[in-house]
Design a protein around this ligand. Sequence first.
Ligand code: PNS
Length: 175
Amino acid sequence: MTTAIYPGSYDPVTYGHLNIAFRAASLFDKVVFALAINSSKKCLFTLEERLDMIRQGIAHYAKEKNLNDSNIEVTQFDGLLANFVMKYEKPAIIRGLRAVTDFEYEYQMALMNRYQNYQVDTLFLIASLRYSFLSSSIIKEIARHNGDYKKLVPPYVYGRLWEKFNNQSRENGKV
Ligand code: PNS
């Protein structure tokens, strides 16, 4: 049984992530969204919120595109990714590549993960053109300034972002 481990911060998950995960699900026996607990990034959403959004996002994407999501799991992990993947049968790390700008960071991570554990390989899927300009950071930036991002994230994620920024504005006395 082959397993694709799809690690990330998912703050929040976008259609770009979901597109990669479902494509991996047709290539591997199992796909595991692996949310890094100790990501060096400062996240807008809590761990539980991010897990919840991934789960809701998977269910929505599967329904909307009429895809099977029975071989997609969601979990969290602490510590090194190169160690965590060994819990699974025939694991490979999956990452999406959007543009050349992603390459350097991804190249460094793939090599470092293999340096930590020579059994671990990283496979890259090229992001679908329609989502290649998406990132969680840019979505948060647009959401913060009330821009248009409705079709770029699942409806549940859209609601959580909207809530987050509107409640924050209210708390800060801006609304
Ligand atoms: O979505 P991101 O933030 O680009 O994902 C980065 C992530 C979570 C995949 C990376 O930071 C990671 O693997 N963190 C776990 C700790 C680890 O193994 N770090 C060394 C990576 S070479």
